[in-house]
Design a protein around this ligand. Structure first.
Ligand code: SAH
Length: 398
């Protein structure tokens, strides 16, 4: 039998149903489990804690599949997980059968398949695997996903550097049906998007900003909007739909900007009211400052600045710098929607950084709204690590 026994006193997080077992918490491993194998987990006193997937080379040495329950990790196990995730998404207003809907169906630990992300883009799924357990069982997962959803194709986007920590190579490709070479259509709150599942960022798109994009659209009427780190234009498209007077879309990615322009036409939005600039946002903001430009609404949705705990200070400086620059560009009553997708930085710290930026910019601002993750990116109470995205909508007071 393959099993893990935890050190004395190291069973508390498992009892609270936290899904990770760190290597330092393990007293003994027996039965020679290999990569992705299921192991029974016991507390030091012999209490059974659950079944976990073993990951020999990761600091997170095992991730729980079940708590206090013995189960085979097989087809019916994944059927249950995927059926449950579909039911939960449907109950939150997402339609699994709509050929144009797009949402996260499986959010890893939070949906009971640790290390596995499954995103729906129209009639296709894009999957990212980041841990040994789902890696070992991936063929069953794809079979079940195809059966439960009648999708046309499944694409593996297993190309993240994080895989190295689990001892896994990068891998990409079609694993079921067909996935077109060209971007696939989907709709988000009435705007049509084209998702490049093969080459786009993450699994193809940033589904996690859906609610914030909608809200920015509602706030954009008659406003001059600057959308920094625009990717394929999302916030800007919603701003134009919401009758913005002009939208400035800025990103370093030429290919993302190309799609952003195509999406304007695709959505019959006024192309004359949009300007696309390929630039580094830090430099772009400084140029605007030097020219004395102002904006009524600025969106700052940068990539993750904090990749590891020892990057926290450097990342904090990055957030402060761009926010400080942006605050100086706000017109009277101007608004700034500012985000951080660094999971290692919590809302309290992020708010403090924004407050520091305001103090240095010598501006008085008010928080008028807070943003988090949408309902397809749920956070298990037992797993606060599931929370990574946060945002503040602040407004210039005087
Ligand atoms: N707001 C987007 C998602 C932004 S993701 C949406 O709603 O879909 C972050 C984006 O920042 C990526 O498109 C990336 O190309 C871009 N980026 C990263 N570093 C940048 C920099 N220094 N200047 C400009 N863009 C940058």
């Amino acid at each position: 039998m393959k099993l893990i026994t935890l050190k004395a006193g190291r069973d508390k997080s498992a009892i609270r149903r936290h899904p990770w077992i760190f290597s330092g918490a393990i007293d003994e491993v027996s039965g020679n489990p290999e990569f992705g194998d299921s192991v029974e987990v016991y507390a030091y006193n012999g209490d059974f804690l659950g079944i976990a997937a073993y990951s020999p080379s990761s600091q997170i040495r095992a991730r729980f599949w079940t708590f206090f329950e013995k189960a085979e990790i097989n087809e019916s196990f994944f059927e249950e997980k995927i059926e449950k995730a579909i039911a939960l998404r449907e109950s939150r207003g997402f339609s699994i059968t709509d050929p144009l809907s797009a949402f996260r169906l499986i959010y890893a630990e939070n949906d009971g398949i640790p290390g596995c992300i499954i995103d729906k883009y129209g009639e296709y799924f894009s999957v990212e695997i980041l841990a040994a357990g789902p890696e070992k069982h991936r063929e069953i997962i794809y079979k079940v996903l195809a059966e439960k959803t009648n999708c046309r194709g499944i694409y593996e986007r297993c190309d993240s550097d994080v895989r190295k920590k689990e001892g896994m190579e990068k891998r990409e490709g079609v694993v079921y049906g067909n996935v077109p070479e060209t971007p696939v259509p989907m709709e988000e709150n009435g705007i049509r998007f084209l998702i490049d599942i093969r080459n786009g960022h993450k699994t193809g798109y940033y589904l996690d900003q859906r609610d914030a994009r909608k809200r920015i659209g509602e706030l954009s009427n008659q406003k001059k909007v600057l959308n920094c780190f625009c990717y394929t234009g999302g916030f800007g498209l919603f701003a134009l739909k919401g009758n913005a007077s002009h939208v400035y879309q800025v990103d370093v990615s030429k290919s993302a900007l190309k799609i952003a322009k195509e999406l304007l036409v695709e959505n019959k939005l006024p192309t004359a009211k949009a300007t696309h600039t390929e630039a580094d946002v830090f430099q772009y903001l400084r140029k605007c400052r030097d020219k004395g430009e102002t904006f009524d609404l600025i969106v700052l949705d940068p990539p993750k600045f904090v990749e590891a705990k020892d990057h926290l200070q450097k990342g904090a400086r990055g957030y402060k710098d761009i926010n400080l620059l942006a605050m100086k560009l706000l017109s009277p009553n101007g608004m700034l929607a500012t985000f951080s997708c660094s999971g290692l930085m919590d809302m309290a710290l992020f708010q403090k950084i924004i407050a520091d930026a305001a103090a240095d910019a010598k501006k008085e601002l008010q928080i008028i709204e807070r943003f988090g993750q949408p309902a397809d990116h749920p956070v298990s109470l037992a797993f606060p690590e599931g929370q990574y995205l946060k945002g503040l909508l602040v407004q210039l007071k005087n």
